[in-house]
Design a protein around this ligand. Sequence first.
Ligand code: NAP
Ligand code: MG
Length: 504
Amino acid sequence: MSSSTVASGPWVKRAAELVIENRLFIGGEFSEGSDSFDRVSPRDGTVLTTVSAAGEADVDRAVMAARVAFDTGPWPRMKPRERARILQRWADLIERDRATLALLVSLEMGKPIRDSYGVDAPGVARTIRWYAELADKETGEIPDVGLDALALVTRQPAGVVGAVVPWNFPITLAAWKLAPALAVGCTAVLKPAEQSPLSALHLAALAAEAGLPEGVLNVINGDGAVAGRALGLHPGVDVLAFTGSTEVGRHFMRYSADSNLKRVWLELGGKSPNIVFPDAPDLDAAATAAAWAIFFNGGQMCTAGSRLLVHEAIADEFTDLVVAKAATWIPGDPLDTATTMGPLVDVDHRSSVMAHIDRGVADGARLRIGGGVVHEAGTATPFDDGAYLQATVLDHVDRTSALAQHEIFGPVLGVLTFRDADDAIAAARDTDYGLAAAIWTADLKTAHRVSAAIPAGTVWVNCYEEGDMTVPFGGVKMSGHGRDKSKHALEKYTDLKTTWINLE
Ligand code: NAP
Ligand code: MG
């Protein structure tokens, strides 16, 4: 393989100069955990650092630090405006260290630097600012209960929040949980995915620098089955906010049932239908978006448009267009600013994605493009030991096949066809998931009717993956419940309290 494709630009130089924090962050300081693991970069297979891993005793230390900070510390007791000031300072520092955070994300999980720098890092600062601004904007209710009493309905911070997040947007998803939780006065213990602990640790260091009181935010890296489980079962945790797979989401419901019945919020997987009608305003734009919907972040998106449903009248023409777009998504070095698709998160995940492709072909789907690790001339990636995989499209996919039903979480698009709007609705609904969907049509009636008939947290019309901090994000069915982002996220981290004052 040619080494000329290896990026040698400023990001590679910066990466070589990075000082990487690899310990746990508990009670306002970094400390070693009882165990450790190597984080191997999917970029090139090199060990980035040996990371401390939390054992049960470390999880207990972290929860206790958060517990003390909540029960007796200043954070829940200070004026909301003062909390907001500290959170804004945290956002300032995240902006200052935007390049460092972006590099850590790109190195640990392989995301192209153009996205970690252009999307993830600024998005984290924006999220924290948005909730900081809300900190003193919420008000309670005083219902009219007659003249004999005064009833106050207020929102109290719910307590210690455990946040367990995946690796595909490591700091973004952490911020979606931490920002509203901290803004209302909760304290938190964050468990990042074992593939992406480093960017989370840098966030914690910046929080301390911003003046977040000790114990308000703690970060425990480590194995899900050890540290995640201990957090899920811990009696000192009041709320557990989880983003990840449906399978692990089930574990958290069980942990809650087996411990203190802590409130569990789940943001889980998806198998989102992207539905293209023949009257779509611009088929070329729809094809560009369909490819983007599955290849952005290497398809490692809970909202990936992994089921492309195309009207049979345009199926051949549209699939050809999408295949042509797929050919432009060429995996490359995440530290090269020209790269739009990096490696997958690790070689194990790549093997699992490839097994899905093989099974799809065995089940009768037709491989139109991709399907392999990247070695062919013209699509060479720079590193043999990375976790690169080609952008892949299969058509002739049966609705009931594994390829159409299982979340693959990789750059693998399955193309299915439909006859009419009712058939499209039936196909779209034929899934355990309900995270997102998209509809491409110029007809307002079709857009409304189809979107109303699809159980999903978000439906996009003539676009994909659009959003804003103002709108809620989350799913229904086995994609979970509860919403991140928007004012609604505050409800997850607060409890309604009634104070009834007798005036007789
Ligand atoms: P995952 O395997 O479910 O892991 C998520 C988190 O749970 C990680 O921190 C993981 O730690 C931890 N964990 C794993 N096993 C555990 C256990 N037995 N007990 C307690 N914690 C445990 O998911 P992932 O592979 O990191 O991420 C991909 C999944 O996330 C996909 O299903 C995707 O759809 C979903 N996702 C959903 C959304 C959404 O908002 N709906 C957004 C992004 C991703 P380890 O890393 O140590 O295993
Ligand atoms: Mg995992």
